[in-house]
Ligand binder design. Structure first.
Ligand code: PMP
Length: 454
């Protein structure tokens, strides 16, 4: 066939060269040329408020990250088979943010690679094959990560040893999720595969943002551990402060830095935040209070980190106990050419220092409360589920959710929709979003809802 002419709009040229599998957000896509803080700019210089992107956690085009990356790229960029101080400095600082049991890190480049490695380690350590995931989970793009990602749809076959369970619901007791997980683990036992692990996104993002009830994850992990399996916490979405704690799993335990529990807000005109309770029309209820610190079941066996880790540089990690890494390393040679390379590490160092130094988890808890309450006050959502700066607002259909997303885009505010039914507005801004940004978001949301009809 003859080569097509390279003409047309940017959108047409893109469609002519990229795989048809690529998707664009919004019925009227946005062309971006720059970003700064929680703001993105198009070719006409118009300012879009970014209420969606979690990768630039400390802000788009962060000057400290840009300087560190440029300086490191101009000095040395190689792999992890030489001694380099930055790698060790960063590993020490990162592990200091985890409970002491989690004392080793393996670096990779994407969340998918890290999930893949975590699952291989769990299978190696337990001698079991089965993996339990939530009903609409997303864990990544490798063959193994896709095989544990039911949200990819019916044509993406799950692995033969993968069992799904419905995610936690804020209205149920922590033990309800644990009971579903126990039943799934029993099924895996009966099949002969056994349960190698429970793999769970600690905020169940793709299930429609389901942070609560507090305690659900450790209770479920206890069931899997009682049957010889492990708890793998997928922290790609909730990690690095997003949920109001440094790590998403900490919200479920007394290990949390500030014990910020997520909450659900139901009905219109919600006001006031109670400590703990049940969600009923018009009332706000905490998911619950974290349990006592230090229980063995409170700490995952493996945590998987990604997305915000390098503020856009490709770096991810598997955090694990020494024994898990030793067993795996004795049987399998693992080397990741770009994983933990000096330029990525330089970016990650700035991110970690900023998240801790500026107490971004605390900021996420405070500002997240404002966003969730403001959204609930519109009266348009049957429920607003949130933990820190990650909110899922429940609408009654995917069509309405898409209409609100598009109406907001027309008002230069960027969000998206999520959940099994596509009917949950997903609000997840960079962690450095400020009060003025939130005012603007809530004003435009109100106008968009008026346009679409409440
Ligand atoms: N786990 C979760 C929970 C995710 O949300 C994602 C990405 N959306 C991944 C894993 C995979 O990460 P990546 O796209 O970096 O491979």
């Amino acid at each position: 066939p003859s080569r097509p002419t390279r003409a047309g709009t940017l959108r047409e040229r893109r469609a002519a060269v990229l795989s048809p599998s690529y998707r664009l957000f919004y019925s009227e896509p946005v062309e971006l040329v720059a970003g700064r803080g929680a703001h993105l700019f198009d070719a006409q210089g118009r300012d879009f408020l970014d209420m969606y992107n979690n990768v630039p956690a400390i802000g788009h085009s962060h000057p400290g990250v840009a300087r560190a990356v440029a300086a490191q790229a101009a000095t040395l960029n190689t792999h992890t088979r030489y001694l380099t101080a930055g790698l060790v400095d960063y590993a020490e600082a990162l592990l200091d943010t985890f409970p002491a049991e989690l004392d080793r890190v393996t670096f990779a480049c994407s969340g998918s690679e890290a999930v893949d490695l975590a699952l291989r380690m769990a299978r190696c350590a337990t001698g079991r094959r089965g993996i339990i995931v939530s009903a609409h989970a997303y864990h990544g793009t490798t063959a193994l990560a896709a095989a544990v990602s039911p949200s990819l749809g019916p044509d993406n076959p799950l692995g033969p040893e993968v069992v799904t369970v419905d995610p936690p619901d804020p209205a149920e007791a922590p033990g309800d999720f644990a009971a579903r997980v126990a039943a799934a683990a029993d099924r895996l036992e009966e099949s002969g595969a056994g349960a190698a692990c429970l793999l769970a996104d600690s905020i169940f993002s793709s299930d429609g943002v389901r942070p609560g009830p507090v305690g659900a994850l450790p209770a479920a992990a206890a069931q899997v551990r009682a049957r010889g399996g492990l708890w793998v916490a997928d922290e790609v979405q909730p990690g690095f402060g997003r949920t109001g704690a440094m790590w998403g799993f900490e919200r479920h335990t007394g290990a949390s830095r500030d014990a910020a529990g997520g909450a659900g807000i139901s009905g219109a005109g919600a006001s006031g935040v109670a400590g703990s309770g049940t969600v009923t029309g018009g009332a706000v209820a905490r998911d619950g209070e974290p349990g006592e610190a230090g229980g063995a079941d409170d700490v995952p066996d493996i945590a998987v980190l990604g997305k915000p880790m390098g503020n856009g540089m490709p770096i991810s990690a598997v955090i694990h106990r020494e024994a898990l890494g030793r067993e795996f390393g004795q049987r399998v040679r693992y080397f990741n050419t770009f994983g933990g390379s000096p330029v990525s590490i330089a970016a990650a160092q700035v991110v970690l220092a900023t998240v801790l130094g500026e107490d971004l988890p605390g900021r996420a808890a405070r500002l997240g409360e404002r966003i969730a309450r403001g959204m609930a006050d519109t009266g348009a959502f049957s429920q607003v589920r949130y933990a820190g700066l990650f909110a899922g607002a429940q609408l009654d259909s995917a069509e309405r959710a898409q209409a609100v997303v598009d109406a907001l885009r027309a008002r230069r505010v960027l969000i998206s929709a999520s959940g099994a039914g596509g009917d949950v507005l997903k609000v997840r801004p960079p962690l450095i979003v400020d009060d003025d940004d939130i005012d603007r978001f809530l004003t435009e949301l109100d106008a968009a809802l008026a346009e679409v009809g409440r």
